[in-house]
Ligand binder design. Structure first.
Ligand SMILES: Cc1cc2nc3c(=O)[nH]c(=O)nc-3n(C[C@H](O)[C@H](O)[C@H](O)COP(=O)(O)OP(=O)(O)OC[C@H]3O[C@@H](n4cnc5c(N)ncnc54)[C@H](O)[C@@H]3O)c2cc1C
Length: 268
């Protein structure tokens, strides 16, 4: 791969720091991927308390205060698709994933997205490289080592091409400024460099990594797990969905167990 640009080196340092500070909430995936459950709001008690607005004034502080009856209510609400109480618990994930994974992930519309922009920054100069497991079907490697060597060199060339042409565009813009052809930079974002980035990003492959904040309620997260942890989902998004599930289940184990039970019983 090409040498990392400044933004990518900073990102690597940031990932290392997040892993150091929040080891139980973070996972690495593939050659440059990352996921963190940065924050969550609400828990099993939030769900049961919300549902009980209909029937009682009894409220629980947290899942540790649950009786068998409370656990049974949680299960029954989920099994019988009483959807809205499950919309009151939120999760904020941050993940660094290849663009082709994001194309699939963003189809989950009931959630909020904020993504790294190649209009305002240079691309993350790292592309996804499938390891042997990702390249194999039933133990048979569908792409051999020669194909992978070419793949990596092609990706590297694209990042190098971007850097070369971005530097050249910047040099031309500054020369035109020096000659008075273009106006001097007046603070804020430079529209000329910005337009160069907008156009040069067109050569970036769907294997290039991007960086996302994803905020989602539990009802929608369960739908994501149901669809993207199944064997027919693509290997790479499955890896992220499995990682998101692991982080979620560490945070809210009772809700995770209840969800597993309901999904198994419904064969979903
Ligand atoms: C294995 C697999 C293969 C796929 N292949 C393709 C593909 O080839 N091409 C492609 O484009 N997509 C594909 N998808 C994406 C799929 O069609 C869904 O867009 C995606 O899984 C998001 O699911 P969702 O709509 O349930 O999620 P969300 O958008 O998060 O919606 C959650 C739920 O809200 C409700 N909802 C949301 N929006 C509406 C609406 N407008 N009207 C009515 N109800 C709504 C539905 O009940 C929905 O289940 C694939 C998905 C999987 C898992």
């Amino acid at each position: 791969m090409a040498a990392h640009n400044k933004a990518t080196s900073e990102l690597e340092e940031e990932i290392a720091e997040r892993l150091r500070v929040h080891p139980d909430a973070c996972l690495r995936i593939g050659n440059f991927g990352f996921i963190e459950l940065e924050d969550s709001w609400g828990d099993e008690a939030t769900i049961v308390n919300t549902a009980r607005i209909s029937t009682t004034n009894n409220r629980l502080a947290n899942a540790e205060a649950f009786s068998e009856r409370d656990r049974a209510l949680l299960y029954q609400l989920l099994r019988d698709q009483h959807g809205t109480p499950f919309e009151t618990v939120y999760f904020r994930f941050r993940f660094i994933a290849p663009i082709f994974v994001l194309r699939q992930w963003v189809k989950h519309r009931i959630s909020s997205w904020n993504e790294f922009s190649m209009r305002y920054r240079k691309p993350i100069s790292e592309a996804y490289v499938p390891d042997l497991a990702a390249r194999s079907v039933d133990g048979y490697a569908v792409l051999d080592d020669d194909a992978m060597a070419e793949y990596e060199s092609l990706m590297s060339e694209l990042f190098t091409w971007y850097e070369r042409h971005y530097e050249a565009a910047c040099a031309r813009i500054e020369a035109a400024r020096a000659e008075g052809i273009l106006p001097a930079k007046s603070g804020g974002r430079d529209p000329y460099r910005g337009r160069a980035r907008e156009l040069l990003r067109n050569v970036m492959p769907v294997a290039a990594y991007s960086d996302v904040y994803w905020t989602v309620n539990f009802r929608s997260l369960m739908n994501f797990f149901r669809l993207r942890r199944k064997p027919d989902a693509q290997y790479e998004i499955r890896q992220y969905a499995d990682a998101a599930y692991l982080l979620f289940s560490r945070r809210l184990p009772l809700l995770a167990q209840t969800m597993e039970q309901v999904l198994q019983e419904s064969h979903a």
